[in-house]
Design a protein around this ligand. Structure first.
Ligand code: ATP
Length: 532
């Protein structure tokens, strides 16, 4: 308009100062402040409210303009009641239209949530994604994200990605609980990359905490793959970096670390996290266990920006952890995929009564002799037990390796790499690799030692049956494990495994019978009651 008025007046000298008021009347009204980015990320209700306000303002402006245009001639000028009727009708029409639109959007969101087993709580939760294309159409994502997703072979978002990505893009704190192998890593990395700007300025912008070094390294690798094509500085906090890194000079957008190393760097290297916008606690329930809590507390305090988005992800989120975490979360959204704290339905689970320690050894040898289908991951309860079992199996004709916390960092990395590349067929492990580790295509997890909790069981067996592929898990148990059997059987039953397990347990627990009467037939543990 400024250009137009300049053209109109070209050749004629106008005293702009003198006619400034008149010129202003013909100029386009200034654009209203409009945070399109935030609007785009809002829930349908909020979005429509903004749209309605805009429509209303536009309409009022139009009314005003038209009454200005006929000023002095309007036959309606003094007809107050008629114009107010018109206004009321228009308002009613707009609000009815809005209501319809909101209802339509809400229904669409509910249908999607039902279809993908998404359960939410919290107000104004944005609708789930229908496809990855919406990252661009709804959220204006840069093209590199879609390109990388396609290169990684990810055609459709998984249920947790459908809901968690919009929630995090709308800058809401979030608790997310979804089965093992269901793509939680991408669910928090993708919005993080979309929301922060890469570059040397403004220091660390995002922090991801993981309970083990192996998981931190894996997450850093995944993050780099997704960020390919954009110059993000993504740092894995190594021991060396936490001890000697000069964080004031080093460019760093995203830090991925274990709590201990990050806490050390905060205290000793004066790592400044005051401008962090995103803080992710992956495997959150593990991070809230004793031994980590103080370090987590220190990191949460160091991420002191008032608008920091805090998120918790895990396949198991006990209420105690949610309660504890909610003391630092603001207006959080809770997302549960499927049933909370349950095992992936892609895993065929078995319980195998082995009688004694000797029985376990016999059973594992027999199972390898009958059908060894690598890769196989074998969990034991301690590093001593891992070393012992390794000694037993090392001389059998199978390619076996071991990983536990007594090994050096390099040995641990080698063990993981060899297992990933197929050089090792059977990896004996403690719980250091039970959480988050994504070994592609593990055919079978064997719980040689009974897991110490239902959560430990869910995470261990979750190393197989990932990304929609089928998997298998066998859990050995002895007489001594009997008191803990119920927990595991409940998990099995909840994830759709045969109820016979439940029946068996009811008998065992009710009649205080010996579990020796249980045996495996097909894929199911059966219980044969002793004749009276
Ligand atoms: N949209 C997708 N389509 C296909 N595969 C995907 C998709 N998103 C992630 N994946 C793949 O699924 C696998 C499991 O993902 P991820 O490791 O994030 O699972 P998770 O839910 O974090 O599991 P855990 O609870 O064990 O940590 C990975 O191999 C990942 O590359």
């Amino acid at each position: 308009m400024e250009k137009a008025s300049a053209l109109l007046f070209s050749g004629v000298r106008v005293d702009r100062k003198r006619f400034s008021r008149e010129i202003a009347r013909f100029q386009r009204p200034k654009k209203e402040p409009d945070d399109l980015e935030d609007i785009a990320h809002a829930a349908p209700e909020a979005l429509l409210e903004v749209k309605a306000n805009k429509k209303e303002k536009k309409r009022k402006r139009k009314d005003k303009d038209s009454s200005d245009a006929v000023e002095g001639f309007s036959v309606f000028k003094s007809s107050e009641s008629f114009s107010s009727i018109l206004e009321r009708n228009a308002l009613e029409a707009t609000s009815a239209e809005n209501k319809k639109e909101v209802e339509k959007e809400t229904e669409k969101a509910s249908i999607l949530r039902r279809k993908y087993g998404i359960h939410i709580s919290g107000h104004g939760v944005p609708p789930p994604l229908e496809s990855f294309a919406e990252l661009s159409s709804r959220y204006n994502s840069k093209s590199y994200i879609l390109r990388n997703l396609s290169e990684l072979g990810f055609c459709e978002p998984t249920p947790i990605q459908r809901q968690a990505i919009p929630v995090l893009l709308s800058k809401r704190d979030c608790f997310a609980c979804a089965p093992t192998g269901s793509g939680k890593t991408l669910a928090f990395l993708c919005p993080m990359l979309m929301k922060i700007k890469p570059g040397l300025k403004n220091g660390v912008k995002a922090v991801v905490l993981c309970p083990t070094r192996e998981l931190a390294a894996q997450t850093a690798r995944e993050c780099k793959k997704l960020a390919k094509g954009r110059k993000f500085y993504i740092k894995l906090m190594t021991k060396e970096l936490s001890r000697c890194g000069d964080f004031e000079k080093m460019p760093c957008d995203i830090i991925i670390s274990t709590p201990l190393r990050l806490d050390f760097a905060i205290c000793k290297r004066k790592l400044d996290l005051s401008r962090v916008k995103y803080l992710v606690l992956d495997e959150a329930d593990k991070l809230f266990e004793l031994g980590f809590v103080e370090q987590i507390d220190s990191v949460v305090k160091a991420c002191s920006k008032t608008t920091v988005v805090r998120t918790l992800f895990s396949a198991t989120l006990p209420e105690t952890v949610e309660k504890l975490a909610s003391t630092v979360m603001v207006d959080a959204v809770r997302i549960i995929i499927g049933r909370k704290n349950s095992a992936s339905e892609m895993i065929k689970q078995k319980l195998l009564f082995a009688g004694s320690e000797r029985g376990k050894l016999l059973a594992i040898r027999q199972s390898f002799a009958e059908s060894l289908n690598p890769p196989v991951l074998v969990f034991v309860q301690s590093k001593e037990r891992a070393k012992e079992l390794y000694k037993e199996l090392a001389f059998d004709d199978i390619k076996v390796d071991v990983i536990h916390a007594d090994l050096s960092q390099q040995q641990r990395e080698d063990a993981v790499d060899n297992f990933r590349s197929g050089k090792t067929w059977v990896l004996i492990a403690t719980d250091v690799v039970s959480r988050g580790m994504d070994f592609k295509g593990i055919n079978c997890v064997i719980n040689f030692d009974f897991p110490e909790s239902a959560a430990a069981y869910i995470h261990r067996i979750g190393r197989s049956g990932r990304a929609g592929r089928p998997g298998q898990a066998v859990t050995f148990f002895t007489e001594e494990d009997k008191p803990f059997l119920r927990n595991i059987a409940n998990v099995m039953a909840a994830s759709g495994c045969e109820c016979l397990v439940k029946e068996m347990l009811q008998h065992v627990l009710k009649h205080q019978l010996s579990v020796r009467n249980c045996f495996i037939r097909g894929s199911v543990v059966r219980y044969v009651p002793t004749p009276a």
